[in-house]
Design a protein around this ligand. Structure first.
Ligand code: NIG
Ligand code: FE
Length: 411
């Protein structure tokens, strides 16, 4: 099956094969061909070039006229918690009245509230609520998603979440990766020590037995889990060959970056509060610092020092953190806009952070995140007259004409 996209005003996000992430000044550039065509074969990007070089005798099974819109890779969202039950609108009111994220959690709300709701929701119902969110973000242009557990906090409920993620993986055309986040909060009725033991001795072996997790995560932050707890959990994960992705430095300078790097985390995420020590330990490592401007915006906490990280030669990824407590939105276009407007990233830097680097941060940048021959044809065709900068600039104006996942148009 061959699909031709013709009449493209600008094909953006072009990268050579084998370029799996961008760092430092590399983030300032976006590979582009103006007046382009792109050919898809069997769901993969086959070739592309200038429209005038389009072979005259090319016979495609299907032709899409981009009508002078741009074509870009789909967003990649390397950090979400979109499998959850119900919502936390009640806490939204507490937040408006002035309670902080920590105060809401201490009053028995927060993650524990979501865990209670999830416990009482049957697996099929959890799947359909979650699929609604998956379909919502696909229609907004996301083509790859990482999804975490962490609202179970009991072995059976963590497994229930991870099975729902596996079912999403099997039923959606988007690329899905799953992360076991048993250490998201201490489950009800247990001390922290008891809970960490439960995670290590019961949950991790059970998750590994069913091969339910691509990654393991810990909320390493003030009031949740310490770097010592985190080390213990990651050590256990490593016994089963599960690589970490860590929540760190959202509520405090937590030591989470250091412990993440020590255990070769693929990414360390949040990073709203960092010192020069964090940038220093990340240099020369394979760990992708990932920032979540949607939670900074929603919680009214600092935005990460993305510019400083890039100036130091590091790459950064941006992700949505889609979850009911700190970021009830999975809109990656909004994430790009917050990257530009609040973190002062250039459109090129924010675009690279939301595509190739976010793909890297979920271990799929060999499959997606750029326009590269052999990668999946996960592409956004924009409405006519759009530029890369217009996407975060006119940040609520519709910009998508059509979306392709593995070369198939999404209706
Ligand atoms: O990434 N920080 C920890 N976990 C989520 C929030 C989870 C929740 O409040 O439900 C986050 O912000
Ligand atoms: Fe998170």
């Amino acid at each position: 099956m061959k699909t031709l996209i013709k009449n493209i005003s600008s094909l953006v996000g072009i990268l050579p094969e084998g370029k799996l992430r961008l760092q430092g000044e590399e983030m300032d550039h976006v590979g582009e061909i103006k007046d382009a065509f792109l050919l898809i074969e069997n769901g993969l990007i086959k070739s592309f070039g200038r429209g005038e070089d389009l072979p005259g005798r090319l016979c495609a099974d299907k032709t899409i006229d981009a009508e002078r819109g741009m074509v870009m890779p789909c967003w990649c969202d390397s950090h979400t918690h979109l499998v959850y039950a119900g919502s936390r609108e009640g806490e939204f009111l507490d937040k408006i009245k002035g309670l902080s994220y920590e105060q809401i959690a201490q009053n028995g709300g927060g993650i524990l509230n979501s865990a209670d709701l999830l416990h009482n929701t049957p697996e099929d119902e959890l799947y359909s609520q979650s699929m609604e969110r998956v379909n919502e973000v696909i229609r907004k242009g996301t083509g790859a998603l990482e999804i975490k557990s962490g609202y179970g906090l009991r072995t059976e409920d963590e497994l229930k979440m991870l099975r729902v993620i596996r079912r999403i993986k099997e039923t959606t055309p988007a690329i899905i990766r799953s992360t076991f986040l048993g250490a998201h909060a201490v489950g009800r009725g247990l001390t922290k020590e008891e809970y960490v033991s439960l995670v290590c001795e019961e949950m991790i072996p059970a998750v590994a037995k069913e091969n339910l997790a691509d990654f393991i995560d810990v909320f390493c932050d003030k009031g949740f889990f310490t770097p010592e707890d985190t080390g213990r959990i990651l050590e256990k994960g490593a016994e089963y060959g599960i690589r970490p992705k860590i929540h760190a430095n959202e509520l405090d300078v937590s030591g989470g970056v250091q412990v993440g790097v020590k255990y070769d985390a693929l990414s360390v995420d949040h990073l709203e509060r960092t010192t020069d020590e964090e940038t220093a330990v990340l240099k020369g490592r394979d760990t992708m610092p990932t920032m979540l401007p949607g939670s900074s915006f929603f919680l009214g906490i600092p935005f990460g020092r993305a510019k400083d990280f890039i100036r130091e030669g590091l790459g950064i990824a941006l992700a949505s953190d889609y979850n009911p407590g700190s970021s009830p939105s999975g809109d990656m276009r909004m994430v790009m806009a917050l990257g530009c407007i609040r973190m002062r990233l250039t459109p090129s830097q924010a675009f690279n952070a939301c595509t190739i680097n976010s793909a890297y941060a979920m271990g799929v940048s060999h499959l997606t995140g750029s326009v590269t021959p052999g990668k999946k044809a996960n592409l956004i065709v924009t409405l006519p007259g759009r530029s890369l900068a217009s996407i975060p600039y006119m940040y609520t104006t519709p910009f998508i004409k059509t979306i392709l996942l593995s070369g198939e148009e999404i209706s």
